[in-house]
Design a protein around this ligand. Structure first.
Ligand code: 5GP
Ligand code: ZN
Length: 140
Protein backbone atom coordinates (compact mmCIF):
# COMPACT_ATOMS: atom_id res chain seq x y z
CA UNK A 1 0.00 0.00 0.00
CA UNK A 2 1.16 3.51 -0.81
CA UNK A 3 0.37 5.93 2.03
CA UNK A 4 -1.03 8.85 0.05
CA UNK A 5 -2.68 6.87 -2.78
CA UNK A 6 -6.43 7.36 -3.06
CA UNK A 7 -7.00 3.95 -4.68
CA UNK A 8 -4.93 2.16 -2.01
CA UNK A 9 -7.15 3.90 0.56
CA UNK A 10 -10.28 2.60 -1.21
CA UNK A 11 -8.78 -0.92 -1.37
CA UNK A 12 -7.98 -0.70 2.36
CA UNK A 13 -11.51 0.53 3.13
CA UNK A 14 -10.15 3.73 4.65
CA UNK A 15 -12.22 5.87 2.30
CA UNK A 16 -15.56 4.81 0.86
CA UNK A 17 -15.96 3.48 -2.66
CA UNK A 18 -18.95 2.03 -4.47
CA UNK A 19 -17.44 -1.42 -4.90
CA UNK A 20 -19.07 -3.49 -7.63
CA UNK A 21 -16.73 -6.48 -7.73
CA UNK A 22 -13.80 -7.93 -5.84
CA UNK A 23 -11.35 -10.76 -6.51
CA UNK A 24 -8.32 -11.90 -4.56
CA UNK A 25 -6.10 -9.44 -6.40
CA UNK A 26 -8.43 -6.80 -7.89
CA UNK A 27 -11.12 -4.36 -6.86
CA UNK A 28 -13.67 -2.66 -9.10
CA UNK A 29 -15.59 0.44 -8.02
CA UNK A 30 -17.59 3.24 -9.61
CA UNK A 31 -15.66 6.30 -10.77
CA UNK A 32 -16.58 9.21 -8.50
CA UNK A 33 -16.72 11.58 -11.48
CA UNK A 34 -18.25 9.34 -14.15
CA UNK A 35 -17.98 9.94 -17.89
CA UNK A 36 -21.16 7.89 -18.24
CA UNK A 37 -23.54 6.03 -15.93
CA UNK A 38 -21.74 2.88 -14.79
CA UNK A 39 -18.20 4.22 -15.41
CA UNK A 40 -16.15 1.69 -13.46
CA UNK A 41 -12.50 1.47 -12.48
CA UNK A 42 -10.73 -1.86 -12.07
CA UNK A 43 -7.54 -1.75 -10.02
CA UNK A 44 -5.00 -4.23 -8.73
CA UNK A 45 -5.18 -4.33 -4.92
CA UNK A 46 -1.43 -3.89 -4.66
CA UNK A 47 0.02 -0.50 -5.49
CA UNK A 48 1.73 -0.31 -8.89
CA UNK A 49 1.98 2.97 -10.80
CA UNK A 50 2.30 1.79 -14.39
CA UNK A 51 0.91 -1.14 -16.36
CA UNK A 52 4.43 -2.41 -17.03
CA UNK A 53 5.10 -2.53 -13.29
CA UNK A 54 2.46 -5.23 -12.76
CA UNK A 55 3.62 -8.78 -12.18
CA UNK A 56 2.43 -11.08 -15.00
CA UNK A 57 -0.14 -12.88 -12.85
CA UNK A 58 -1.69 -9.63 -11.60
CA UNK A 59 -1.84 -8.24 -15.14
CA UNK A 60 -3.67 -11.40 -16.19
CA UNK A 61 -6.04 -11.09 -13.22
CA UNK A 62 -6.73 -7.45 -14.07
CA UNK A 63 -7.64 -8.23 -17.65
CA UNK A 64 -9.70 -11.25 -16.61
CA UNK A 65 -11.71 -8.98 -14.32
CA UNK A 66 -12.21 -6.36 -17.06
CA UNK A 67 -13.31 -9.19 -19.35
CA UNK A 68 -15.81 -10.49 -16.79
CA UNK A 69 -17.12 -7.13 -15.68
CA UNK A 70 -17.49 -5.09 -18.87
CA UNK A 71 -20.56 -6.97 -20.18
CA UNK A 72 -22.14 -6.90 -16.71
CA UNK A 73 -21.69 -3.13 -16.43
CA UNK A 74 -23.02 -2.65 -19.96
CA UNK A 75 -26.12 -4.70 -19.14
CA UNK A 76 -26.65 -3.01 -15.78
CA UNK A 77 -26.93 0.46 -17.27
CA UNK A 78 -28.55 -0.74 -20.50
CA UNK A 79 -25.70 0.66 -22.60
CA UNK A 80 -25.16 -0.05 -26.30
CA UNK A 81 -21.39 -0.54 -26.16
CA UNK A 82 -18.33 -0.06 -23.99
CA UNK A 83 -15.02 1.76 -24.28
CA UNK A 84 -12.19 0.27 -22.22
CA UNK A 85 -8.96 2.13 -21.66
CA UNK A 86 -5.94 2.69 -19.46
CA UNK A 87 -4.21 6.04 -19.17
CA UNK A 88 -0.72 4.61 -18.67
CA UNK A 89 1.53 7.45 -17.59
CA UNK A 90 1.13 11.16 -16.98
CA UNK A 91 1.56 12.19 -20.63
CA UNK A 92 -1.34 9.88 -21.48
CA UNK A 93 -3.55 11.59 -18.92
CA UNK A 94 -3.02 9.34 -15.91
CA UNK A 95 -3.89 11.38 -12.84
CA UNK A 96 -3.99 8.67 -10.19
CA UNK A 97 -0.64 6.83 -10.20
CA UNK A 98 -2.13 3.45 -9.31
CA UNK A 99 -2.90 1.29 -12.37
CA UNK A 100 -6.59 1.34 -13.28
CA UNK A 101 -8.64 0.26 -16.25
CA UNK A 102 -11.62 2.42 -17.15
CA UNK A 103 -14.82 0.66 -18.22
CA UNK A 104 -16.95 3.37 -19.82
CA UNK A 105 -20.45 2.42 -20.98
CA UNK A 106 -21.35 3.95 -24.32
CA UNK A 107 -24.71 4.88 -25.75
CA UNK A 108 -25.85 5.45 -29.30
CA UNK A 109 -25.58 9.19 -29.94
CA UNK A 110 -23.74 9.94 -26.67
CA UNK A 111 -21.53 12.46 -28.46
CA UNK A 112 -18.31 10.64 -27.62
CA UNK A 113 -15.73 9.26 -30.01
CA UNK A 114 -13.63 6.15 -30.58
CA UNK A 115 -10.33 5.49 -28.85
CA UNK A 116 -8.63 6.89 -31.97
CA UNK A 117 -9.68 10.33 -30.78
CA UNK A 118 -7.29 10.28 -27.77
CA UNK A 119 -4.08 11.01 -29.65
CA UNK A 120 -2.97 14.30 -31.15
CA UNK A 121 -1.99 14.86 -34.77
CA UNK A 122 -1.37 11.62 -36.64
CA UNK A 123 2.24 11.15 -37.75
CA UNK A 124 2.96 10.61 -41.43
CA UNK A 125 5.46 7.74 -41.14
CA UNK A 126 7.45 6.35 -44.05
CA UNK A 127 7.83 2.60 -44.59
CA UNK A 128 11.42 2.86 -43.34
CA UNK A 129 10.30 4.55 -40.15
CA UNK A 130 7.64 1.90 -39.64
CA UNK A 131 10.31 -0.79 -40.16
CA UNK A 132 12.55 0.88 -37.57
CA UNK A 133 9.73 1.01 -35.05
CA UNK A 134 8.90 -2.64 -35.67
CA UNK A 135 12.55 -3.56 -35.05
CA UNK A 136 12.80 -1.37 -31.97
CA UNK A 137 9.80 -3.08 -30.38
CA UNK A 138 10.74 -6.62 -31.33
CA UNK A 139 14.31 -6.16 -30.04
CA UNK A 140 13.24 -5.07 -26.52
P1 5GP B 1 -6.93 8.74 -14.73
O1 5GP B 1 -6.94 10.10 -15.34
O2 5GP B 1 -5.83 8.63 -13.68
O3 5GP B 1 -6.89 7.63 -15.73
O4 5GP B 1 -8.31 8.57 -14.00
C1 5GP B 1 -8.50 8.72 -12.65
C2 5GP B 1 -9.98 8.53 -12.39
O5 5GP B 1 -10.16 8.36 -10.99
C3 5GP B 1 -10.84 9.72 -12.82
O6 5GP B 1 -11.81 9.28 -13.75
C4 5GP B 1 -11.47 10.20 -11.50
O7 5GP B 1 -12.80 10.62 -11.67
C5 5GP B 1 -11.35 8.97 -10.60
N1 5GP B 1 -11.18 9.28 -9.20
C6 5GP B 1 -10.34 10.20 -8.65
N2 5GP B 1 -10.46 10.19 -7.31
C7 5GP B 1 -11.39 9.24 -7.01
C8 5GP B 1 -11.95 8.78 -5.77
O8 5GP B 1 -11.61 9.25 -4.69
N3 5GP B 1 -12.88 7.79 -5.85
C9 5GP B 1 -13.27 7.27 -7.05
N4 5GP B 1 -14.22 6.31 -7.01
N5 5GP B 1 -12.77 7.68 -8.23
C10 5GP B 1 -11.85 8.66 -8.21
ZN1 ZN C 1 -2.14 2.82 -4.69
Amino acid sequence: MSEDCIFCSIVAGDIPGRVVSETETTLAFLDVNPLAPGHTLVVPKDHHARLGDLPDDVAADLFAEVHALAPRVEDAVDADATTIGINDGEAAGQEVPHVHAHIVPRFDGDGGGPIHAVAGDRPDLSDAEMDDIESAITST
